[in-house]
Structures are given as structure tokens and as C-alpha cells.
Design a protein around this ligand. Structure first.
Ligand SMILES: [Zn+2]
Ligand SMILES: [Zn+2]
Length: 372
């Protein structure tokens, strides 16, 4: 995180109207220049974090808009926090943005970093509306307790590899018209280790590691969308030689709710009124994200009519406010009538005139807006 708050556009050296490609290009160039593995400047690390933070904000439409309008304060009150990272996991960040080869020439960032783990959790739409904490299980590699991580069955010995005599490397000599070629390569028998395990550990099959189930409480933010991922930094597989552990990426599945359709941050649902409820008016209970709620319908409510519950949709993830909830009115017409009921309706029809069914001019427009 930058201590002094510099303008993000200035940090990346782009104009206020820079498009996505320009921002990405600027960041890419700067990242290569100021990365602490490349730069000798004493403040390289701070400078680099600043560049990453600027890119993080400006590359996301939501946060960029927030920043453009309200600046650093707007981001803070909008709940934006720059990613916490150390330089071990940056390679992954860059791989995600730029493809795999970004730091391919720089082995330092890659060495000793544990592998990432993918996990998944499913929540209800109503949980996504409020935000929820969930226990997420995943399996992480730990050193095998039986063989102490060595892969060798206790009480047995490792033997010196007979193929390479313990050297771990073998030489291939080939003759051709141009002379003799000597090629050295890793021993195929012991894979370069110089020794062979005659009796692999029974618990881990010689791998030296076993998978252990772990559970972590994960805070799922309100407004999360189906398929979004939450990173648990450093909770992944451990590294081999004391390096940094990998991360866990929790994919959040938001189960569809049969009562609602979600479109971005808006919620859409229907309500069934009976023919008489629509004609006479009345109170009808409708489901909302905040629980059932009674809505008052005027006499003469029409099918296709729309009730907009402002600010009652999904919360805006890392932003302000909530979307809207739109309720579309459906009117149920009787499918089966007794003789008496048919009689009543026939008599009603005789008394009905043009004024009874006064047309609603805006009806088609309202219907169209419901499907926007
Ligand atoms: Zn073992
Ligand atoms: Zn060998």
C-alpha cells in the first residue's frame, strides 16, 4: 500500500481517458521496470505495490468509477481494500493478467512456492444478499507422519542406486562419423536422487506427503455473484524448501432461488392475483430478499403491471446501496366454474359496459419495461 496517496493515473502515467488496453500496457511496462527482482532502487517494493494498487483500481470498472467520482476517500468508504500480497504470489497475479511467461525468466519468484488449491462452497441467494460466513473444507498436503516425509517405510533402508552408483547422473556416449559425443543426464532409475527406496512408505506410497482435511471459516461478502472466487492467502499446499505456502481459491456458487430471477444487482419476481383481487384490490404477500412482505394492490390492477421496490435488490459488491426488486403482476383467470359461478359472471357481463374496461394506455409500455 502506498503511504502517500498519489493519483492513480499519475502513478501509471496514463491520461484520465485511458482505455483498458492503455492501462494494461502501462502497468505491464512499469511492473517490469520497478519489480524488486529487477530494480535496485531502495523503495522498489513500495513503488511496485503502488503500481499494482493503481492498476487494481483502474482496471476494474466499478472501482475506477468510484475513484473518478470520489477519489481515495470514495474507495475507502466503498469498502475497497488493496490486495494484500507478498512477492511470493505475484507470479500468479501476473500469470492471471498476462499469461504464463511474464516472469518466466525470473526463477526467484517461482522457487519454493507451494501449490494453490481450488475449493467450492454453495450458498443461497438470500445469503448472498446479506453476506454470510461459511466453513469451507479442503484438502491440504502435509508431511506423512509415518515416514516423517521421507517416503521410506520405517525400519527399511534406502539403497544406493545401482544404475548411477549414487551420482544421480549418467553419461551417454554415442559415436558418429564426426566423433564421440558424451551427454550427461539425470539418472532415469533414481530420477537424479542417487538412491532408491526399496520399500515405499505404506501410508503415503512413497510420496512423503498425505492429504489432510482442513476447514476454514470464510467471510462471503454481501452482493457476491455466482462463480466469483475468494482467495485465502497462504492456506494452500506448503512449499518444499521452507518457501511460502500456496493459496486457496474458494469458488462461490450462488444457488438459484426459484422465487427470484437475479439480473446483476436487480431482482425480479412475479405475483399472482386472482381475477377478483385484481378487480377489487387487496393486500397480497410477496416474497422479497428481506422476507415476505404485504403489498397493497389498487382496485383495477392490471396483468403486466409492475411494482418497483427501490433499493430492495441485491447489495452492490464493494460498493454503495442495493439494486431494485421488480414485481410483475400476473392475474389468474378461473379455469373451472360451477353453474352458479358461471351464472354470476354472465350477469356481471350483462351489466358491464365500455367504462368497466377502460383501457390502460401505458400497459404495453409497462410490459416492455418489465423485460428490459
Ligand atoms: Zn509416508
Ligand atoms: Zn540413479
Amino acid at each position: 500500500m502506498a503511504t502517500a496517496e498519489r493519483d492513480y493515473y499519475e502513478v501509471l502515467g496514463v491520461g484520465r481517458n485511458a482505455d483498458e488496453a492503455e492501462i494494461k500496457k502501462a502497468f505491464r511496462g512499469l511492473a517490469r521496470q520497478v519489480h524488486p527482482d529487477v530494480s535496485d532502487a531502495p523503495d522498489a517494493e513500495e513503488r511496485f505495490k503502488e503500481v499494482v494498487e493503481a492498476y487494481e483500481v483502474l482496471s476494474n470498472t466499478e472501482t475506477r468509477e468510484l475513484y473518478d467520482r470520489y477519489g481515495h476517500d470514495g474507495l475507502r468508504s466503498g469498502g475497497f481494500r488493496p490486495s494484500q500480497f507478498d512477492f511470493g504470489n505475484l507470479t500468479d497475479l501476473f500469470s492471471a493478467f498476462f499469461g504464463d511467461d511474464f516472469f518466466a525468466t525470473n526463477a526467484r519468484t517461482r522457487r519454493g512456492r507451494g501449490a494453490d488449491i481450488a475449493a467450492e462452497v454453495e450458498i443461497e441467494l438470500t445469503d448472498a444478499a446479506r453476506g454470510v460466513q461459511r466453513e469451507v473444507p479442503f484438502r491440504v498436503a502435509i508431511a506423512c507422519s509415518r515416514c516423517d516425509g521421507q517416503g521410506v517405510e520405517p525400519g527399511t533402508d534406502v539403497i544406493t542406486c545401482p544404475t548411477c552408483g549414487g551420482m544421480g547422473r549418467v553419461q551417454h556416449v554415442s559415436r558418429s562419423a564426426f566423433g564421440e559425443f558424451i551427454r550427461t543426464q539425470a539418472c532415469p532409475e533414481c530420477r537424479g536422487r542417487g538412491e532408491l527406496v526399496e520399500h515405499p512408505c505404506e501410508q503415503c506410497d512413497g510420496a512423503g506427503q498425505v492429504l489432510e482435511e482442513r476447514r476454514l471459516d470464510v467471510d462471503i461478502p454481501a452482493g457476491i455473484h455466482d462463480g466469483q472466487r475468494i482467495r485465502l492467502s497462504g492456506e494452500g499446499h506448503p512449499a518444499n524448501a521452507g518457501g511460502r505456502a500456496g493459496d486457496v481459491y474458494v469458488r462461490v456458487r450462488v444457488r438459484p432461488d426459484p422465487r427470484f430471477v437475479r439480473e446483476g444487482d436487480d431482482i425480479f419476481s412475479t405475483v399472482d392475483l386472482t381475477m377478483t383481487q385484481a378487480a377489487l384490490g387487496g393486500r397480497v404477500s410477496v416474497p422479497t430478499l428481506d422476507g415476505d412482505e404485504e403489498l397493497e394492490f389498487e382496485p383495477g390492477t392490471q396483468p403486466g403491471q409492475l411494482v418497483v421496490l427501490r433499493g430492495r435488490g441485491m447489495p452492490v459488491l464493494q460498493g454503495f446501496g442495493r439494486g431494485d426488486h421488480r414485481v410483475l403482476v400476473n392475474v389468474a383467470i378461473p379455469r373451472q366454474l360451477t353453474d352458479e359461478q358461471r351464472d354470476l359472471l354472465a350477469r356481471f357481463d350483462e351489466s358491464a359496459g365500455e367504462e368497466t374496461y377502460r383501457p390502460d394506455e401505458g400497459f404495453f409500455e409497462k410490459l416492455k419495461s418489465a423485460f428490459r
